[in-house]
Design a protein around this ligand. Structure first.
Ligand code: COI
Length: 356
């Protein structure tokens, strides 16, 4: 029996807000958080907004041992009128349930979670930063909390939503980043959990990321886990290449994350009459097209990354420099239009933005 009441317990000690011009990504958290528990007998219950504080979780909780957890990432923006806006929150909440399904976590009521998110953001409205390129990152996470060491789906869970005022995800800001194609490690395999937003995918990516960072790369570009031929994603973003007069992005195949920004980019491009091709793309083909002067631009898309131009992509000894290492026209137009819509500064023909 699920209980859909949302109780609010306000803090008495307010934290100092960071300077909105100096925001990094994901280091500062607001005064309150949303929590809700799941048990077999009560379903999802005890929904409440409480002061931000560490969780008390049993060391035998299954999440610590077998990683049964999922998360989401979306953002709240401040409109020119000072109203908080959310960008396509229903898509993120629906994807949370898709990840839940893959990880054997009981589904949440999507309408109720949206209501809770809006309440939390409303309470934390003054935490939404106003400097250009900043926003309030919304991070829902579900962990399995049953104290049990057997490998099975947990019978207890906790959903937490925390908020973090953020600036750019990459230190380069919106300037082009340098990426290396990963040849040794793989992020996900077909039939695995690549399409789900689960911590294990990110844990699996750390080793390659660490090695690449030592060589001066911001991220690695993952190839498919079977043939190590097909371009998949970057881990923190989906990727797009302007090849000739079409934009190519790897087609969803179960091991690539179905990004909300990815689908927004596709819809915007199609709206502008740009040809988009979601298909398999090998790294060899990309290099071949590059050598023939046909790859004009490369960029990534993601909630945290927004639109991030890729200035350089290194594949073994081959170096691909796109658009002279500068932000391309298309990436710039996508960035400006997407953020214009997100911040409520321009018309939203797609009805993507929702008031809180
Ligand atoms: C996001 O873009 O919101 C993500 O969850 C990616 C994460 C690596 C920050």
């Amino acid at each position: 029996m699920e209980n859909r009441t949302l109780r609010v317990f306000k803090t008495t000690t307010y934290r100092e807000k960071p300077n909105s011009d100096e925001l990094a990504f994901g280091r500062t958290f607001t005064d309150h958080m949303f929590v809700m528990d799941y048990s077999e007998s009560e379903g999802w219950h005890d929904a409440k907004i409480v002061p931000y504080e560490p969780l008390k979780v049993d060391p035998a909780a299954m999440v610590f041992h077998y990683g049964q957890s999922v998360f989401e990432g979306l953002k709240a923006y401040l409109s020119p009128k000072g109203e908080p806006l959310l960008f396509r929150p229903r898509k993120n909440i629906a994807r949370l349930n898709q990840s839940n399904e893959r990880l054997c976590i009981p589904p949440i009521d999507e309408g109720f979670l949206l209501h809770a998110l809006k309440q939390l953001i409303h309470i934390e409205k003054d935490w939404i930063p106003s400097s250009e390129g900043t926003s309030l990152y919304v991070r829902p996470v579900i962990i399995s909390t049953e104290p049990f060491l057997g490998v099975a789906p947990s019978k207890q869970y906790k959903l937490v939503v925390i908020l973090s005022p953020v600036g750019a995800y990459y230190k380069e800001g919106i300037n082009p980043i340098k990426i290396a194609v990963e040849n040794e490690y793989v992020r996900a395999v077909r039939g695995g959990t690549g399409e789900a937003k689960t911590g294990g995918n990110y844990a699996a990516s750390l080793k390659a990321q660490e090695i690449a960072a030592k060589d001066g790369y911001s991220q690695v570009l993952w190839l498919d886990g079977i043939e190590k031929k097909y371009i998949e994603e970057v881990g923190s973003m989906n990727v797009f290449f302007k090849i000739g007069d079409e934009v190519v992005t790897p087609q969803l195949n179960g091991s690539i994350l179905n990004g909300v920004t990815r689908s927004s980019v596709i819809e915007m491009l199609e709206h502008w009459g740009v040809m988009v091709n979601e298909r398999k793309l090998t790294i060899e083909e990309l290099y071949y097209e590059y050598q023939n002067g046909n790859v004009q631009e490369a960029f990534g898309s993601g909630t945290a990354a927004v639109i991030s131009p890729i200035g350089q992509l290194d594949w073994n000894e081959h170096q691909m420099v796109f658009n002279g290492g500068k932000t391309g026209t298309l990436a710039k137009k996508l960035y400006d239009t997407l953020t214009g819509i997100q911040y409520g500064q321009i018309d939203d023909p797609f009805n993507w933005v929702e008031k809180v």
